[in-house]
Design a binder for this molecule. Structure first.
Ligand code: NAD
Length: 380
């Protein structure tokens, strides 16, 4: 299977996630970076391309130029897909233009800065028939998939309660906003959208809760807050209801001191509680009432894991895989779909779909509305 030739938009010098996407695509092995418009100014875009050894002839000054010039190349040379790793306000314009120009799209979360822009991307997907994947990274972890399989099997009964938190401390001080490229756009509603921490990491938490339970968040009651002088939430918590009748709590914060990247989820079913933590991603703890707690380990040689979970691991147990490999699993699955290969994943495509991403936007709309109205229940 030949690799998917892709062009990257964003991910220039000093950027965070663009380099992660490129590494993930390389680990996946079925992608090849062929072009880029890596930064918001032509000069920086070219410097950024040179820094990573991109072909100068295909290092473009803007994404408009990249889409136009790549579309004009012969079919066996031009890029086939675009990876969009820009701040949230710069998701919809290049995504829609890329889809219209005939390219498939892999894009980071949240889908867009506003629900209308997110819907415009979804409309472009329907109109063009092109394919799109959204990088909700954490569903790429083997034991997250295993947890989903275990819940889906019904052996633990129904989901009663989910507790999910995604908490960080990197914006906990006023000084954190000074000369910080990643912070600058995240605290600016014109670039981030109306949601702050809830958009940036709360959407991951909501996606993880839906992915593991296989259910939908149907209503939410949220209180979002922020440190003095800030314009959008940097901290918040919510109660939510699940489509299967279970209940949940969700916390998303970037100002909780001592928490580095603490994404953690507890899923309590009738007969067991499943516990997974992103900072220790290679163990899944399952607690019972009448027998000892189990620790499930990740690893390509752990035969108790589901077949599709074994298939996405590269190393035997005890040789830890992590964030980059989880990201790579998303690239791999989307690349396989683009090449028409059957999905290796039992009951999901291996990446977040446009519907998943639209639900993330609905989660944000409902959370913001609930908080504005004094923490009332709002349906998604
Ligand atoms: N999935 C994850 O785990 C994860 C983690 C971090 C960030 N993200 C998402 O990735 C996106 C980028 O976040 P980041 O932290 O890497 O931001 P960043 O500020 O570090 O990088 C953004 C890059 O986009 C470039 N850019 C801005 N406007 C552009 C334009 N018009 N054309 C070309 N390039 C342009 C900037 O120059 C920069 O190189 C956001 O949507 C964020 O929510 C996802």
């Amino acid at each position: 299977m030949s690799p998917i030739r892709y062009g990257m938009i964003g991910g220039g010098q000093g950027a965070f996630i663009g380099g992660v996407h490129r590494t993930a695509a390389a680990i996946a092995g079925n992608w090849q970076l062929a072009a880029g418009a890596l930064s918001s100014t032509p000069e920086r875009a070219r410097e950024s391309g040179a820094q990573i050894g991109l072909d100068p002839a295909r290092t473009y000054g803007s994404w408009h130029e990249m889409l136009e010039r790549e579309a004009a190349l012969p079919a066996d040379l031009r890029i086939e897909a675009v990876s969009i790793v820009t701040p949230n306000h710069m998701h919809a314009p290049p995504a829609i233009a890329a889809l219209e120009a005939g390219f498939d799209v892999i894009i980071d979360k949240p889908l867009a800065d506003t629900p209308d822009h997110a819907q415009a991307i979804a409309d472009a997907v329907s109109r063009t028939g092109r394919r799109i994947a959204v990088t909700h990274t954490y569903t790429g972890y083997p034991l997250v998939k295993q947890a989903r399989r275990l819940v889906a099997s019904g052996r633990f009964g129904k989901v009663r309660r989910v507790a999910v938190k995604y908490t960080q401390d990197w914006l906990s001080r006023a000084a954190d906003l000074v000369d910080n490229k990643q912070a600058a756009w995240r605290v600016d509603p014109a670039q981030s959208g109306e949601a702050g921490a809830f958009g940036d990491i709360g959407t991951h938490a909501a996606n993880l809760a839906e992915f593991i339970t296989g259910e939908r968040i149907t209503a939410i009651c949220a209180e979002l807050t922020m440190l003095p002088g800030r314009l959008i939430d940097d901290d918040g918590a919510a109660l939510f209801r699940l489509s299967g009748g279970g209940k949940g709590t969700l916390t998303a914060s970037q100002v909780l001191v001592g928490d580095i990247n603490d994404l953690a989820i507890d899923v309590y079913c009738d007969e067991a509680g499943l516990h997974w933590r992103q900072e220790e991603p290679n163990t899944l703890r399952i607690g019972y009432r009448d027998k000892p707690t189990e620790i499930w380990h990740a690893g390509a040689n752990r035969p108790y894991l589901a077949g599709d979970v074994l298939a996405i691991q590269r190393t035997p147990g005890g040789h830890p895989e992590g964030y980059l490999e989880a990201f790579a699993n998303i690239y791999r699955a989307f690349g396989e779909q683009l090449r028409g290969a059957p999905s290796q994943h039992e009951d999901e495509p291996g990446f977040a779909t446009i519907d998943d991403a639209l639900r993330g936007m609905a989660f944000l709309r409902a959370s913001l509305e609930s908080s504005r109205r004094g923490a009332v229940w709002v349906d998604l």
